[in-house]
Design a protein around this ligand. Structure first.
Ligand SMILES: [Zn+2]
Length: 116
């Protein structure tokens, strides 16, 4: 008996499959690599950004691991602490407004090294 490859099994059931791995596009992991491990002691950078945002200031916490779960929970924590909105980027989180001093205190309390 010959084994069937995933692409053949699923292509008729779910339509388009990924040409690289043969899995349905919804299950394809080619473009979403495994989340990066989160080290116990992170070194992060704080930066203020203004340009290109209609003059609005955002505080960016950069050089974080590329890990959506980690970034999402960090963003929730920081939004609550600063009482502001924010966004997750691939390796950073952005908080609306200038919250450098507040964020520095919070992140250093985690044992992280904060630069910038
Ligand atoms: Zn794929």
């Amino acid at each position: 008996m010959r084994g069937r490859r995933p692409g053949r099994v699923y292509s008729t059931l779910h339509g388009r499959t990924c040409p690289r791995c043969g899995w349905p596009e919804a299950q394809c992991r080619c473009s979403t690599p495994e989340p990066e491990a989160v080290p116990a002691r992170l070194t992060v950078h704080l930066r203020i950004e203004r340009a290109g945002r209609r003059g609005k200031t955002v505080t960016v916490v950069e050089r974080l691991p590329s890990n959506p779960d980690f970034l999402g929970s960090l963003l929730r924590e920081l939004r609550r602490a600063c009482g502001t909105g924010g966004t997750v980027r691939e390796r950073s989180v952005e908080l609306q407004g200038d919250h450098r001093e507040r964020l520095r205190t919070i992140l250093e309390e985690k044992g992280w090294v904060v630069r910038g």
